[in-house]
Design a protein around this ligand. Structure first.
Ligand code: UD1
Ligand code: MG
Length: 463
């Protein structure tokens, strides 16, 4: 039987007090609605229908062709929102999953378990519930004397007795598709918020004698519904713990998981050690047997096997196998290091390729450069790539030596095996195997230090 899904994502999310539409708020680096879409994509189901309204273009722009879209022009409630999928779906036979775009922690496991239960018991609706210590704000699960699901009551419509119920509606449902749309047509807005509640479908089906089931998750974090920034932080924490745990179970050592922030799409090879204080973000991928941190902030970067990254910031950078970066290095976009490269303290690399075995050990800036293999940059050597108007390229051949405090004024080329003497300011190309020296000759004046001191002292006394 076909499986369809509807994601409700049309609300503005007033309680977020934000310019960003609620379902686009990121949790561990990924918009909430993106987490929901990822989970749905893992099921053997049709493309989800995402109901959009507030921020429709932004949500469409983010999800693109991962979804089909239904527009809810006015936000009249979750039941009304689900109804907007009717033209696309009402005539189909099958099961329909309905999920809210603000519940980023739902899992594939729970959806599969709900579908299995739903089919086994021949149910018309199966809802996901959880037991919350503080259920305030959520719809409560009302069960009959036999413990069977009876209906869902929204917070604002609760009697005092109902408000004391700790089992809540997680906002994730499996429905028989035709029965869902038939029941939605009968939902009214006769309630405290004057909204058409999707949750009323449960009571309607129950009254019709249909079988409705509740599947209570053992992990309440799965039911976090993000309505405000406090819940956003709860979701972030729960997601972070889940991500870290999955990496640990896959063979990554995380020394202090409470101090480690790994976003949803990051990949890490086994036997890599993550020391405290690291942020691994975006489309970052880390190889095997690496040591990362402490305090590394790595975004959208690729780090190959056995690399070491200490106290450094990497953005859109590539680090080859067996290379070492930091402490206190900054790899900016298009920094591309080969294998066994060493980048030391207070070094910045931007839009530059460094060949295997090259070393930039201290206090350097290498920008807009193509550097060969086994090149050594001395302390303080820099590429002078910018004249205030244009960015110019520096090229350095294999095995070249760039002495300490050398300025390479781009555009300039240093040939293979060339030797640039410390303190030189290089404005002309240096041929392969040549030595370049470009600095003032030194003069020593015998015994002059004492004379000089006396002169300065007298000047100070004169005032
Ligand atoms: C809803 C449930 C509540 C449940 C909770 C779980 C209803 C009536 N209540 O409450 O039982 O415990 O979720 O998190 O369903 N939306 C639309 N169009 C609308 C209204 C909402 O698309 O007209 C979308 C929102 O963008 C959001 C989702 O539906 O993603 C849920 O709406 P929200 O206002 O957050 O409902 P809750 O008050 O959290
Ligand atoms: Mg909500």
């Amino acid at each position: 039987m076909s499986i369809y899904s509807i994601v409700l994502a049309a609300g503005q999310g007033k309680r977020m007090k934000s310019k960003l539409y609620k379902v686009l708020h990121p949790v561990c680096g990924k918009p909430m609605v993106g987490h929901v879409a990822t989970v749905l994509e893992r099921l053997e189901s049709a493309r989800p229908i995402v109901v959009v309204g507030h921020g429709a273009d932004a949500v469409r722009g983010y999800l693109g062709d991962r979804a089909e879209y239904a527009l809810q022009e006015q936000q009249l409630g979750t039941g009304h929102a689900a109804m907007q999928a009717a033209p696309l779906l009402a005539d189909a036979d099958g099961l329909t999953i309905v999920v809210y775009g603000d519940t980023p922690l739902i899992t594939e496991g729970s959806l599969r378990a709900m579908i299995a239960l739903h089919r086994e018991k021949g149910a018309s609706a199966t809802i996901l519930t959880a037991i919350f210590a503080e259920p305030h704000g959520f719809g409560r699960i009302v069960r009959d004397a036999d413990g069977n699901l009876d209906r869902i009551v929204e917070q604002k419509d609760c009697t005092a007795g109902e408000a004391a119920i700790r089992e809540i509606n997680a906002g994730t449902y499996i429905f028989d598709n035709r029965k869902l749309f038939a029941a939605l047509a009968r939902v009214t807005n006769d309630n405290a918020q004057q909204e058409y509640y999707l949750t009323d479908v449960i009571g309607i089906l129950q009254a019709d004698g249909e079988r409705v089931l509740a599947y209570c998750t053992a992990d309440p974090s799965e039911a976090i519904g993000v309505n405000d920034r406090a819940a956003l932080a709860d979701a972030e924490k729960a997601m972070r713990e889940r991500i870290n745990r999955a990496h640990m179970l896959a063979g990554v050592t995380i020394v202090d998981a409470a101090q480690t922030y790994i976003e949803a799409d990051v990949t890490i090879g086994s036997d890599t050690v993550i020391l405290p204080g690291c942020l691994l973000r975006g489309a970052t991928s880390i190889g095997e047997d690496c040591v990362i941190g402490p305090q590394a902030d790595i975004a959208d970067s690729v780090v190959a096997d056995r690399a070491t990254i200490r106290q450094s910031v990497l953005t859109e950078a590539e680090v080859g196998a067996d290379s070492s970066v930091g402490p206190f290095a900054y790899l900016r976009p298009k920094a591309k290091l080969g294998e066994q490269v060493k980048i030391g303290d207070f070094v910045e690399i931007k839009n530059a390729t460094l060949g295997d075995g090259s070393k930039v050990s201290h206090l350097s800036y290498v920008g807009d450069a193509v550097v060969g293999r086994n090149v050594n940059f001395g302390c303080g050597a820099i590429t002078v790539n910018y004249d205030g108007f244009n960015k110019q390229v520096t090229e350095i051949g294999d095995d070249a030596f760039v002495g300490s405090n050398v300025n390479l004024i781009a555009p300039v080329k240093i040939g293979d095996g060339a030797y640039v003497v410390a303190g030189s300011t290089i404005t002309h190309d240096v041929g392969a195997g040549d030595m370049a020296i470009a600095r003032e000759r030194q003069t020593n004046k015998a015994g002059y230090a004492e004379k000089l001191r006396n002169r300065f002292k007298a000047k100070k006394q004169r005032g």
